[in-house]
Design a protein around this ligand. Sequence first.
Ligand SMILES: [Zn+2]
Length: 393
Amino acid sequence: MLEWLFFLLPVAALSGWLMARRHYKQRYKPQNSGFSPEYFKGLNYLLNEQPDKAIDVFIGLLEVNSETVETHLALANLFRRRGETDRAIRIHQNLIARPTLSSQQRTQALVELGLDYMNAGVLDRAEHLFLELLHQSPVPSEAPKQLMRIYQQEKKWAQAIDMAKQVTADKKHPTHALIAQFYCELAEQIPEKEQQQAFSLLRSAYHHDPSCVRASLLEGKLLIKSGQYRKAIKILQQIEQQNHFYLSEALPLLQRCYENNGQLKQFRDWLQALLTRHPHLTSARLLLTKLIQKQEGNQAAQQFLQRQLYQHPSVEGLHQLIMLGEDNHQVLIPLIKEVTTALIHKGDRYTCKNCGFSGRTMHWHCPGCSQWASIRPIEIHLSALEKLLEPSR
Ligand SMILES: [Zn+2]
């Protein structure tokens, strides 16, 4: 069967070529190679068995000209999609070596070769190639896009920003939020004594994405370090407007600011108002309970939390309520304490809304799906109990 196909290949190629020429003459417009679908199907069978031999035949058979370039590209793409990057590279390199290619076709083949390198993980070669392509006019859209990917992987944030600004963003893949994340990465690397530079990087982050929570958290931390608590409070509280799901990250920082300003009463009022606006914020509820305990004692805190838990049950709330109580039931209370401690210890605190990755530390760049700012804090509710009780996590 295989030999037959080999034998038929030149015949099929010739007839395909003739068909394409006839078609071209009739229509007076450029056509793809014009091979019949059957030919391609047969070819694919052949390729499945002995792809390297087939490439030799194919490269030798098909003259590279404006009519067959598309066929070469299609075949190479097929190999790349199947994960056979070496073969795709061979075909693309063969194409590029031909002097008959138009400059547009050459560019296309170079872009494809760059994508092969990306697939194969040879980033230095891909980088070199796409940098060359940046000098072309018009710049192929893949060039800045792939370079941005490379610089992200290599954590070269300044270059990543540079490339992201050249990527033509569409509604589905906006780049402004990415650029803000890259500025935050840069700001985090600035040594403490050069704070002014960090502030200006964060301003750039806001400029590209006014709702960048990460920039607010970083700015808040910087302001706290230099003792500017009032300013820090203003910055950190704006996270409620940016994305209230991240407020739990800001609460401990806010507490420090209000404490240092001697304004814990105002902090309590703010938390109370916050909870009426966002009743799902278990972290705010727990913090408020702690403040009440500090200022008015255990009983007041217990009463507050009890009322709250009826409306917004959560494991952590229950745990705090038990911890507030006295050990007056010798068997039951210690047991419940142990169970809630285990549950809270087991639960993940952060989860990716894109891929479901979850863990106990905050990542701004998801290790699961590589998206930026897709991971956010989760508030643990009783409804999540079943998941927490699963034996292997
Ligand atoms: Zn993810």
